[in-house]
Design a protein around this ligand. Structure first.
Ligand code: IPM
Ligand code: MG
Length: 355
């Protein structure tokens, strides 16, 4: 199979972790007889430095014409003072919306060997944690009208959802649940927000097409609490953009480390954007200590969702699990006395184990 992949390393640890993910993809290509070509693009702070804006139209166009996009992370203190439109994060939002990637899959999966890295007590973890967060990614308060009064005495962000936007993300969630444990928890704030009341109504309507999937509704404050009280109750969580942003950070931490969790952003077509859910961690950039696993697992998701290469995706995921089971740790997932390896060594260990 021949595929053209747009690679956006971004800022901070972005280039460190992307290098390892690309190496893994090259290894897969060699082992399985595929041809992957990589085109490197600038976005975020790197693009601001080069072109004065977080994302140029040409970059967006190149990302659009690629078979899929692999992204590291964007942002850093260097660009923190910039106005909203020019912040590095704006590149991410413009890519998501420009590529029509309304569905963000964030699996929070605990590796058994990493149980000790979780801040939760083992009786709460029970048999392990395996939650799929399905986050709406191109609507809601992130994309509603933004206003700052001329004299800066007030500001507002509009939270808006259409029936169509809710319906399509709900379908993605129910489809995902069918491949898992057939349970969807829709998270909203319907006791306060009009958008949430519409969300609840539309999700309940869509549920009628999925009689085999169990649906329940939960307020977001309760969901935040339930995630640390009894994470085992969740299979698929579907929620709007900002709630999903917040809950996915929480869900990642209870699995042990934010450095382990991948994400896939999908639209109606086959192409998607794949990135770790963590940020650019500028304090550890270039030091060869960042955990590349979230990005490597994101590359595995690309193989699965965009290229339909399930066997190859599984081979990468198994290699990650093997390395973890053998006790190899980057510093973020190491318990006190465990010896740690750096970014490059972790990447190499995983590569060697891909069968
Ligand atoms: C994420 C990040 C982004 C978001 C930021 C960097 C804009 O936190 O992908 O979760 O809020 O979506
Ligand atoms: Mg976030």
């Amino acid at each position: 199979m021949k595929k053209h992949i747009a690679v956006i390393p971004g800022d901070g640890i972005g280039p460190d972790i992307i290098a390892e993910a690309v190496n893994v993809l090259e290894r897969v290509a060699t082992l399985y007889g595929h041809e992957f070509s990589f085109e490197y693009l600038l976005a975020g702070g790197a693009s601001i430095d080069e072109y004065g804006v977080p994302l140029t139209d040409e970059t967006l166009e190149k990302a659009r014409s690629a078979d899929s996009v692999l992204l590291g992370a964007v942002g850093g203190p260097k660009w923190d003072g910039m106005e909203g439109k020019l912040r590095p994060e704006k590149a991410l939002l413009a890519l998501r919306s420009g590529l029509g990637l309304f569905c963000n899959l964030r699996p929070a999966l605990m590796y058994k060997a990493l149980k000790d890295a979780s801040p939760l007590k083992s009786e709460i973890i029970g048999d392990g944690i395996d939650v799929m967060i399905v986050r709406e990614l191109t609507g809601g308060i992130y994309f509603g009208e933004k206003t700052l009064a001329v004299d800066s005495s007030w500001a507002s962000d509009l939270m808006k959802y259409s029936v169509e936007e809710i319906e399509r993300i709900a379908r993605k969630a129910f489809d995902a649940a069918r491949k898992r444990r057939c349970k969807v928890t829709s998270v909203d704030k319907a006791n306060v927000l009009e958008t949430s009341r519409l969300w609840r109504k539309v999700v309940s309507e869509v549920a009628k097409d999925y009689p085999d999937v169990e649906l329940n509704h939960m307020y977001v404050d309760n969901a935040a609490m339930q995630l640390v009280r009894n994470p085992g109750q969740f299979d698929v969580i579907v929620t709007e953009n900002m709630f999903g942003d917040i809950l996915s950070d929480e869900a990642s931490m209870i699995t042990g480390s934010i450095g382990m969790l991948s994400s896939a952003s999908l639209g109606n077509g086959k192409s998607g954007m794949y990135e770790p859910i963590h940020g650019s961690a500028p304090d550890i950039a270039g030091k060869d200590i960042a955990n590349p696993i979230a990005t490597i697992l994101s590359a595995a998701s690309m193989l699965r969702y965009s290229f339909d290469l399930d066997r190859e995706a599984k081979a990468v995921e198994d290699a990650v699990e093997a390395v973890i089971d053998e006790g190899w740790r980057t510093f973020d997932i190491a318990s006190k006395d465990e010896r740690t390896v750096g970014t490059k060594e972790m990447g190499a260990l995983i590569r060697e184990r891909i069968k």
